[in-house]
Design a binder for this molecule. Structure first.
Ligand SMILES: *Cc1c(COP(=O)(O)O)cnc(C)c1O
Length: 368
């Protein structure tokens, strides 16, 4: 490994209930991982490759504790344990699937829409997901971006008042110190045209201990702040992560969830229904179900488009509207997100449209 990823954190953290302890004791090497799980040959090879180059290996003890040590098909494990298949590339694979480099309008600021922009504030996460869209840069070095490095992005936002919504991402902004998160949020809040700030974070899932009263009371004065989180499987809804979601909701943060559709992990209707209902129960809104981006080395975790469309058809009409996310394809090259789903229009003829209801009934609708 290069530099100690969280060197700026205090060296003494009390115990496993302390988020800094979790980061300091995170698993970062093949040997540490092999001591905790019975790794298959393919996982061992994948872990050694990850240690040597590319997207590094990193898992918090908390998230590691959710893994079935002897089950290679465990849905938690497959998200974070490297695999030899990461070395495989297939047609359509891209290093930067969302064309973010081409849409960088200032250092670390990506703009693909008139009213929104995405700001990278760090390249570190609490856990590295093997399907990461930003595997090209995550964990690559640099850590939390300094005020000076972000100065160009802030200047851009100041002079482009049509940007009303800034997504603070990375890396994971909540893997930074409270001081750093607060500095970024407070700086954005000094730009009057920015109405909404979203924190894009997997911390409620992989490091729920991080959602402390200290963090919440530091951020609360800067509302409206939305939290975009990333639960992929119902087994991630533990007592600890559910309590973190409740703390966020109680502190006034609307919580939206992105799930990524992943092969052999959550690509069945029953798993998704349990996940979405469990999120709603904790006041987190299933926002997007994302078709996995064609990022290089993730083909073994991706599903065909038809799988997502079929699953949406199975869930529509069965799940409450507040529990049903949109299925989204983030178009390769960075041309924006498009919703996809089953077609409920069977025919159109002049003023008449014939629909198929979610339960299979054919219904005519007449325009006035
Ligand atoms: C996904 C994304 C957004 C936000 O899209 P919403 O549909 O508003 O959630 C904004 N900017 C970039 C660059 C994105 O990738």
């Amino acid at each position: 490994m290069n530099a100690e990823p969280h060197a700026s954190l205090p060296t003494v953290a009390a115990d496993a209930s302390d988020w800094r302890w979790q980061l300091q004791h995170a698993v970062r090497t093949t040997d540490e991982l092999a001591a905790r799980l019975c790794l298959t040959e393919a996982e061992l090879a994948g872990a050694r490759a990850a240690e040597a180059a590319g997207l590094p290996l990193l898992v918090t003890p908390y998230y590691l504790g959710l893994i079935e040590a002897s089950d290679p098909a465990c849905p938690i494990r497959r998200q974070v344990v490297p695999h030899a298949d990461e070395a495989r590339t297939v047609p359509g694979d891209l290093v930067d699937p969302l064309g973010e480099q081409a849409h960088e309008v200032a250092p670390d600021l990506i703009r693909r829409y008139p009213d929104r922009a995405l700001l990278f504030v760090t390249d570190r996460c609490a856990v590295y997901c093997r399907f990461c869209t930003r595997s090209r840069l995550v964990g690559a070095g640099g850590g939390a971006r300094s005020e000076e490095r972000l100065a160009g992005a802030f200047a851009y936002l100041e002079s482009h008042s049509e940007v009303r919504d800034v997504i603070v991402s990375g890396g994971d902004p909540l893997a930074m110190s409270t001081e750093r998160v607060l500095a970024v949020v407070a700086r954005l809040r000094r730009i009057p045209s920015i109405e909404t700030i979203r924190l894009a974070t997997r911390v409620p899932v992989v490091l729920p201990q991080r959602i402390t009263e200290e963090l919440l009371s530091a951020l609360r004065p800067h509302h409206p702040l939305w939290v975009m989180t990333h639960f992929n499987h119902p087994r991630e809804l533990t007592e600890a992560s559910r309590a973190a979601l409740r703390r966020l909701a109680d502190a006034g943060f609307p919580v939206m969830n992105h799930s990524v559709l992943l092969r052999g992990i959550n690509d069945d209707a029953a798993t998704l229904a349990t996940l979405f209902r469990g999120l709603v129960r904790e006041r987190a809104r299933p926002y997007y179900l994302l078709q996995a981006d064609p990022v290089r080395g993730s083909s073994h975790l991706r599903t065909p488009l038809d799988t997502g469309i079929r699953l949406m058809g199975e869930l529509q009409g069965r799940l409450s509207g507040i529990a049903l996310p949109k299925l989204i394809v983030d178009t390769p090259g960075g041309f924006g997100k498009v919703p996809v789903g089953p077609d409920y229009v069977l025919a159109r003829d002049g003023k008449m449209t014939r629909f198929r209801s979610p339960h299979g009934v054919e219904v005519e609708y007449w325009d006035p």
